[in-house]
Ligand binder design. Structure first.
Ligand code: FMN
Length: 231
């Protein structure tokens, strides 16, 4: 691990400069049915302080299978994808992780598999259907992603990323996923919902979201919903 860390470190100002920006962009236009995000109005957004939200935060251990609403999911996606001020990203709209969703129970959004278009703020339906059982399987045969209202899978086109950034691109992708996952947690708990990070069967996740996700790698998974405990 130490050797990998060393060989993906930057040793000169030239290397540091070359690492900045020029994020590979990869957002093919939607081909399927799309749904625009419907985030909650600023006036209706919960007003707890960040400290209150952080102290409430904790990985949900059981979801209740109850629905969340499209405005809640939209608010979470819209607020969490406003960009990270970090050297390897160009601007607010650029990102290394792509977001794919399994929607199990979201009022106002048909159950199915979706891809999120960050810049257009829309969800594109890839396939409709009840994928609760499949979500449980993909999330390493755990109950949490099957019971969640929605599961957000982070997938990255590592080939393009490594071509652009070299080995350090993998670190960048993981770092972005960690920060984004943290934002999802806080956006969920701010709205009185629950969330948990999860492990998954990498290749099966990519197959499930293919052909759209072909060639990408699974990086992280966050399950969202109503906690059984808060019920
Ligand atoms: C990368 C990552 C993977 C995780 N994988 C799982 C998992 O497969 N199953 C699970 O029940 N929890 C999983 N978790 C949740 C952790 O168990 C939980 O975050 C950890 O116990 C710390 O608890 P806290 O988040 O409530 O502070 C994962 C969390 C992260 C960040």
């Amino acid at each position: 691990m130490r050797k990998m860390h060393e060989t993906s470190s930057l040793d000169s100002t030239d290397e540091v400069s070359a690492f900045r920006g020029q994020t590979p962009s990869h957002e093919p236009p939607p081909k399927g049915v799309t749904t625009a995000l419907q985030p909650v109005d600023d006036s209706a957004i919960p007003h707890d302080t960040i400290e209150q939200v952080i102290s409430r935060r904790g990985s949900t251990r059981q979801f209740s299978r109850e629905s969340i609403t499209l405005p809640q999911l939209s608010t979470l996606l819209e607020r969490s994808t406003r960009g990270i001020p970090i050297d390897f990203l160009d601007s607010a709209g650029s990102h290394l992780n792509d977001l794919y969703l399994i929607v199990n129970n979201v009022e106002g959004l048909a159950a199915g598999a979706y891809v999120y278009h960050w810049n257009k703020k829309i969800l594109e339906l890839l396939k409709a259907g009840d994928f609760r059982q499949k979500a449980g399987y993909l999330g390493l045969e755990q109950q949490l992603p099957a019971d969640a209202a929605a599961d957000i899978f982070f997938l990255a086109d590592l080939k393009k990323i490594l071509e652009r950034y070299g080995n350090r691109g993998y670190r960048a992708t993981q770092l972005e996923a960690g920060i984004l996952g943290g934002k999802f947690y806080l956006a969920a708990y701010a709205q009185g919902l629950g969330a948990t990070g999860l492990t998954f069967y990498d290749d099966d996740v990519v197959s499930f979201f293919s052909p759209h996700a072909r060639g990408k790698s699974a990086i992280f998974l966050v399950a969202l919903g109503r906690s059984a405990r808060s019920k």
